[in-house]
Ligand binder design. Structure first.
Ligand code: RTP
Ligand code: MG
Length: 143
């Protein structure tokens, strides 16, 4: 299977728990490579744009407030079947439904503060990567 890329966010709750390294270890242990990475404190505009597909949903305001409540880590993960692989590592949106050993089972407190984001399809991955990273910021492995 061809290499695929996905976009990932370690959300403010997991950054506050000092879990960046532990979460990166999960990605790497599963065979995903971090090919771009940076820490950001999202503006309201940037968070609203990122979650624009949810803007009519009742939780939208709370979601934007949460995503701007502290710094996040954003990264591009590369590997075979990266989109689905990362969704499996993350677990279900609601941590009470998330399988044991997934990131949301281990680090999320609630559906509102659920530790990580991962693209849900290759098309959204491409859009989300371009929303946060320029081509020069992405560093495919040369060895
Ligand atoms: P994400 O986009 O953050 O990776 O999460 P997801 O695909 O698993 O879930 P999605 O449906 O895209 O929802 C985006 C985020 O909105 C919050 N949410 N709250 N209270 C609610 O019913 C509700 N539903 C969704 C979650 O924080 C979810 O991650
Ligand atoms: Mg989503």
């Amino acid at each position: 299977m061809a290499l695929e890329r996905t976009f990932s966010i370690i959300k403010p709750d997991a950054v506050a728990k000092n879990a960046i390294g532990a979460i990166y270890n999960r990605f790497e242990s599963a065979g995903l490579r971090i090919v771009a990475s940076k820490m950001l404190h999202l503006s309201k505009d940037k968070a609203e744009g990122f979650y624009a597909e949810h803007k009519e949903r009742p939780f939208f305001g709370a979601l934007v407030d949460f995503m701007t409540s502290g710094p996040v880590m954003v990264q591009v993960l590369e590997g075979e079947n990266a989109v689905l692989s990362n969704r499996e590592i993350m677990g279900a949106t609601n941590p009470s439904d998330a399988a044991a050993g997934t990131l949301r089972s281990d680090y999320a407190a609630s559906i509102d503060e659920n530790a990580v984001h991962g693209s849900d399809a290759p098309e959204s991955a491409a859009r989300e990567i371009a929303y946060f990273f320029s081509d020069e910021e992405i560093c495919p492995r040369t060895r």
